[in-house]
Design a protein around this ligand. Structure first.
Ligand code: ACO
Length: 428
């Protein structure tokens, strides 16, 4: 029998069914609340609101747990590959050998973009942020591939998913090449997914970039660690936009824009800029931490804090370790890494951060790796988008498979003027 909670409103009592997730998370089902009582709930920032049921990713923010389809992130990171994870998230299972082979081959077949899209980049200013260019280019995919736009058609869903995964690295690398005035490099399908991306970023027609396996592995790891994070800002955007039945390309374009903000994926660029500022202005870690704490200063310790994690972000632990390994293997000494370590040590012992449960998040160390391998800082968030893509797609696909599917449409509490007459312009 379904457990129920009782809500008393004046002399009326309503019963609210309690929904229990597979990990014991409990939620009050308020879907009939307005119909039965006229009340809605109010939860700015949605910190207490479950917008859907989902079987993709489990997070326990208090215990620092993250699992994709039940598998702990610690087991996946370093053992699997990003394309395997994409399959896991989207299809629900790790692929068997033949499944993986055909998935990977299909992705490889779709890495090129329509030749006319090159002209599209030419119309963008050179200093366009790669996230703006990516979002515009991904949105434009729907103009080039009208044969895969119907989210009610299984074949359209499959082909648009494969196209999206295959083409995003190409679109991101083209955005970078455009910004530095170099010719576009085509994808190299004999290379791995991250390898082909590195080739498109760093090769030029005169000189091949030899993919360093250490860097290739690091990129793959970072993509895996970013692959999904349940109902974060960009994924919720994807679900909301997708719920209008618009195609996958338009939906992902919206997700990219949501990710761009410095409070979300844009934090990785903001972290490296913060570390560089500390280095260039000769500040100490303590100086900056004091600024981040001050109510009179708008600075925040970027890469610290998380809406869900009130304990260590498990991804941050893995990235920190990888950061040391990668820099060590490459023989790189990074002043920025030193500053990051100092900031972390200070913040973790500081009452302000302790009381507010502020720990390093996924973005705190990722930028240091990207930086060390030569990625320009304005490309960091585009790399995050490449990583998050399978998560967005998995949520989009889950939404469309859901029998209780509805367009997303929150309500509000109106606090504006009550009714008043129109005053003609000459009388105002
Ligand atoms: N530096 C200094 N103070 C902070 C920080 C920070 N990084 N993060 C939170 N706080 C403080 C806030 O000022 C607030 O203090 P108060 O209670 O005295 O007013 C308190 O901690 C709670 O912060 P909120 O902003 O209310 O927490 P919320 O859950 O809404 O925000 C967020 C989470 C946006 C991630 C926030 O911690 C932040 O801005 N961090 C820096 C940006 C960042 O790293 N973003 C990446 C997040 S991970 C990701 O999206 C991939």
């Amino acid at each position: 029998m379904t457990e129920k909670a009782e809500l008393r409103l004046g002399d009326k009592t309503v019963e609210l069914p309690i929904v229990v997730g597979t990990e014991g998370e409990r939620a009050l089902d308020i879907s009939k609340l307005r119909g039965e009582t006229g009340y809605i709930t109010l939860d700015p920032g949605y910190a207490n609101t479950g917008s859907c049921s989902s079987a993709i990713t489990f997070i326990d923010g208090e215990k620092g747990i993250l699992r994709y389809r039940g598998i702990p992130i610690e087991d996946l990171a370093g053992k699997s590959t990003f394309l395997e994870i994409a399959h896991l998230l989207i299809e629900g299972e790790l692929p068997k050998k033949e499944e993986f082979h055909s998935f990977r081959e299909s992705i490889r077949r779709h890495t090129m973009i329509h030749e006319d899209m090159k002209a599209f980049y030419g119309a963008l200013p050179k200093d366009a942020h790669p996230m703006a260019a990516c979002s515009a280019a991904v949105g434009a995919l729907s103009t080039f591939y009208p044969d895969s736009l119907d989210p009610r058609d299984d074949r359209h869903i499959e082909i648009s998913i494969h196209r999206m995964i295959a083409k995003l690295p190409t679109l991101a690398a083209f955005a970078y090449k455009h910004s530095i005035g170099q010719p576009f490099m085509y994808p190299r399908n004999s290379l791995s997914y991250p390898g082909s991306f590195l080739h498109m970023m760093f090769s030029n027609p005169c000189e091949d970039y030899e993919v360093d396996p250490v860097i290739e592995k690091a990129i793959d790891l970072l993509l895996i660690l970013h692959a999904d994070h349940e109902q974060n800002c960009s994924t919720s955007t994807v679900r909301l936009v997708g719920s209008s039945m618009v195609n996958l390309f338009a939906t992902v374009s919206a997700g990219i824009n949501a990710l761009w903000g410095p409070l979300h994926g844009g934090a990785n660029q903001a972290v490296i800029e913060m570390l560089a500022q500390i280095r260039d202005e000769g500040l100490t870690g303590r100086d900056f931490v004091e600024r981040a704490k001050s109510k009179d200063d708008t600075s925040r310790l970027m890469g610290f804090g998380h809406r869900v994690y009130k304990n260590f972000d498990p991804r941050a632990k893995i990235i920190k370790k990888a950061c040391f390994e990668v820099l060590n293997k490459m023989g790189v000494h990074s002043k920025l890494l030193e500053i990051a370590v100092e900031l972390e040590e200070i913040a973790l012992k500081d009452d302000y951060f302790i009381e507010r449960n502020l720990y390093p998040n996924v973005d705190f160390y990722s930028g240091v790796i990207y930086n060390a391998i030569g990625t320009p800082s304005n490309m960091f968030t585009a790399l995050f988008a490449m990583g998050r893509l399978p998560g967005w797609i998995a949520h989009w696909a889950e939404l469309h498979r859901d029998e209780t599917f509805k367009i997303g449409r929150p309500r509000q509490v109106y606090i504006g003027n009550t009714v008043r007459p129109y005053t003609p312009l000459e009388k105002r």
